[in-house]
Write a new protein. Structure first.
Length: 279
């Protein structure tokens, strides 16, 4: 599933590619991708003839602001993609569920093989009613700057394992399995350390690692794994997977100490770490 860096890459692409464009026509090929609406007309009528004024992000949700106060919300789910087509003549990818055509030409297409993603239109004021998790979304590490001391106070209040805390969307927005492992390696901390056991120096390392790893991931256009499900708006894969220090590198040499990296099953997820470097 795309995490915070991948969704932020798509947001920045959309801001450049569709902001300011007016929607000429909308085609919906299946109701599952617009399941919050009762029918196609309810979705289409709120988009056609309307201009997109900007693109925001809340956690892993993309918000395309519309004239008049509505917002087109997109969530990529497990396998969703938003692809820009310069012309309607370009071949439609398999599993294309929503096609938005602009008056100036070109299209925005929503592709989703597994159909866990979605698109819907709501009022900006009503978005938290539509998506309950947005009402309880935690700190956005890419959008909101706080001091490491403030971060330390927040994390010390949570008596839980570090990886669990990093992936808790009510604490931090958008961090998942990949980036929690990469952040903890960079900070030199084990996944199962308790949040209220950290020293001041460890808190500083963790906060710095979180910010730097996420920023570097955005810089390298996100992580595209072997399934190649994440691509940017232009259909190109990210490159940050080439810079992963631990994720999906079980048995390979740690880049710090050269000892083999370990994978441990935690619930339904795999956690990758170095037993020597992370304490």
């Amino acid at each position: 599933m795309p995490e915070l860096p991948e969704v932020e890459v798509v947001r920045r692409d959309l801001e450049r590619e569709v902001s300011g464009k007016r929607i000429k026509a909308v085609e919906v090929k299946g109701m599952r991708s617009i399941r919050r609406h009762q029918n196609r007309k309810q979705f289409v009528s709120r988009l056609e003839g309307v201009r997109i004024t900007g693109v925001d992000r809340r956690g892993k949700y993309l918000l395309m602001r519309l004239e008049g106060g509505d917002v087109l919300v997109a969530h990529l789910g497990m396998s969703g993609q938003l692809l820009r087509a310069k012309s309607a003549k370009e071949a439609l990818p398999k599993h294309t569920h929503v096609i938005i055509t602009f008056t100036q030409g070109g299209q925005l297409r929503f592709i989703d093989p597994r159909t866990f993603g979605e698109m819907f239109v709501t009022s900006l004021d009503g978005i938290e009613h539509e998506v309950e998790e947005l009402a309880h979304l935690g700190l956005d590490p890419l959008e909101r700057n706080i001091s490491w001391a403030q971060f330390g106070q927040l994390i010390a209040q949570r008596h839980t394992k570090l990886k669990t805390a990093l992936m808790d969307q009510t604490f931090l927005a958008g961090i998942g399995n990949i980036y929690s492992d990469e952040i903890l390696f960079e900070a030199g901390l084990r996944w199962d350390r308790m949040t209220d056991s950290l020293t001041e120096e460890e808190v500083r390392r963790l906060y710095r690692a979180m910010v730097e790893v996420l920023q570097e991931a955005v810089k390298h256009r996100g992580s595209s794994l072997a399934d190649a499900q994440y691509v940017d708006v232009f259909g190109k894969p990210g490159e940050y997977q080439l810079h992963h220090n631990v994720y999906a590198r079980e048995g390979e040499a740690c880049r710090r100490c050269r000892r083999p990296l370990v994978r441990q099953r935690v619930g339904s997820r795999s956690t990758f770490f170095c037993e020597a470097c992370q304490v």
